[in-house]
Design a binder for this molecule. Structure first.
Ligand code: EPU
Length: 431
């Protein structure tokens, strides 16, 4: 296992370019399977998760030409519609079912991996694909689907606006016969970016408030060029880092459009930001105030943002709360922070008067954070991608030297993190 050795306690100053969004780029790579023509994606992050999708696509028969962040994918022919095990796992392969069904009538992809943040079922994906006419068999190692007569449009109401299920149904519906209506769809910016690519490829997709996506199936799609949106999760992590270390970091490529909810939180907390043409600078304006946060689907406060904020709230003056309503198990990082000196309590109960879908499930999804606390260094083992970033943040805030082990998980989602942090003045080496 690779590790980072970090001497913390220094304010970080400087400028950084935010990479392309992992959770948009990875889906767009899969979308390229919908056409035999070349799809060119710019601003693709150079990260482990993208490599996993490259492996999936190469197994299917795609030619991939990747020069740094610009990637051309061309799949003139689906050579293999059944993909066995990949060398590593993430949550993307299930999204290839729709494109493979559209082009060959059959598809098999490996079961999913991804972060250990709760059960993460895919029942809504599979129900959606079934409504479009796919027959699906789940084995121990794979999802096997077939639709010999092709997929057809359908009206599908999601019982929860799942990001992955919305994407999966959309990728299957763009080439299906007739019209598909997805009600209670997820509308995260990464999904809107995927819609933009699909529209450039010839898809007809309409968005109707409050949460309906209508897709008019077309016979074929063509190639397109698209620049992937910047990674709003990475932007939030660096913003929290600037405020937590009492430094100032300018994020080039960060987009206000994708950060509106977070920026409100920065004002309330006592952070400050300045928005210029294509950048946002973050710093601390005053002593930090405690907050009550509830994670939610778009346009709410995003679940991936609660972890870096959790570190920041250990530095606020008073008691903060975070109510996580998306994932059942996303507070494991609190155990590490507590060993570093934080005072975080996690509970299975929702806060009074705010029940959520995780109520009564025994899920540790509500945190109370008492601040301010001085963090001291500790050797940490990365639990998953986003909490790996928490480990980095905590180690950079803490006094003393920490070792963060298992940084391959961080590399799965963030580009050259050690090098970029060094450019901000961090004392970090890869061992
Ligand atoms: N859910 C179901 N059934 C389903 C699908 C979802 O019950 O079929 C429920 C589960 O409770 C699940 C929750 O909905 O835990 C959220 O799942 P969703 O499908 O919305 O999320 P996802 O597609 O699995 C993506 C991102 C996550 C991000 C969430 C929320 C990717 C690859 N992952 O996950 O990002 O947190 O949306 O915005 O796009 C990360 O990047 O580290 C990460 C976890």
């Amino acid at each position: 296992m690779a590790k980072f050795i970090i001497k913390g306690g220094k304010p970080l100053f400087g400028e950084i370019a935010i990479a392309g969004a992992k959770n948009a780029a990875s889906k767009m790579l899969v979308a390229s399977l919908l056409t035999p023509a070349p799809v060119i994606l710019e601003n693709v992050p150079v990260i482990g998760d993208v490599d996993i999708v490259f492996e999936l696509l190469r197994n299917i028969g795609s030619k991939i030409d990747a020069a740094a962040s610009t990637v051309q994918i061309e799949t003139p022919e689906i050579k293999h519609n059944k993909v066995g095990q990949l060398s590593r796992r993430n949550r993307i392969p299930i999204l290839a079912l729709g494109p493979l069904l559209a082009r060959t009538g059959e598809a098999e992809v490996p079961v999913l991996g991804g972060d250990k943040i709760g059960p993460r079922p895919v029942d809504i994906h599979l129900e959606g694909l079934s409504k479009l006419g796919a027959q699906i068999e789940i084995t121990k190692t794979s999802f096997h689907a077939w639709a010999p007569k092709g997929l057809h449009g359908a009206e599908i109401e999601l019982r929860f606006p799942s990001v992955g299920a919305t994407e999966n149904i959309m990728l299957a519906a763009v080439l299906a016969h007739g019209k598909t209506v997805i009600k209670n769809a997820a509308l995260e910016p990464e999904i809107m970016d995927l819609v933009k690519l699909l529209q450039k490829m010839g898809a007809i997709i309409e968005l109707c408030p409050p949460r309906t996506i209508t897709i008019e199936g077309v016979k074929q799609l063509h190639g397109a060029t698209h620049r992937v949106m910047s990674d709003r999760n990475e932007a939030v992590s660096f913003a929290c880092l600037a405020i937590a270390t009492n430094g100032r970091i300018v994020l080039h490529g960060a987009s206000q459009d994708h950060l509106i909810t977070f920026l409100n939180v920065v004002w309330r907390l006592g952070g400050e930001f300045e928005i210029r043409n294509n950048s946002i600078a973050f710093w601390r304006a005053r002593d930090l105030a405690p907050l009550a946060i509830r994670t939610d689907v778009q346009p709410g406060y995003m679940t991936d943002w609660q972890q870096p904020l959790g570190v920041l709230l250990t530095q606020a003056n008073g008691v903060s709360t975070i109510h996580e309503t998306i994932y059942e198990d996303r507070f494991a990082y609190a155990l590490d922070l507590n060993e570093m000196g934080a005072k975080i309590k996690i509970s299975t109960e929702c806060p009074p008067n705010d029940p959520c879908r995780l109520a009564g499930k025994g899920a540790y999804h509500f945190a109370t954070i008492e601040g301010p606390t001085t963090l001291t260094s500790k050797n940490l083992i990365v639990r998953d991608l986003r909490s790996g970033m928490v480990d980095l943040l905590a180690a950079l805030v803490a006094n003393g030297v920490s070792e963060v082990d298992g940084v391959e998980e961080i590399d799965r989602g963030y580009e050259n993190m050690d090098e970029r942090l060094r450019a901000l003045g961090a004392d970090i080496t890869r061992g």
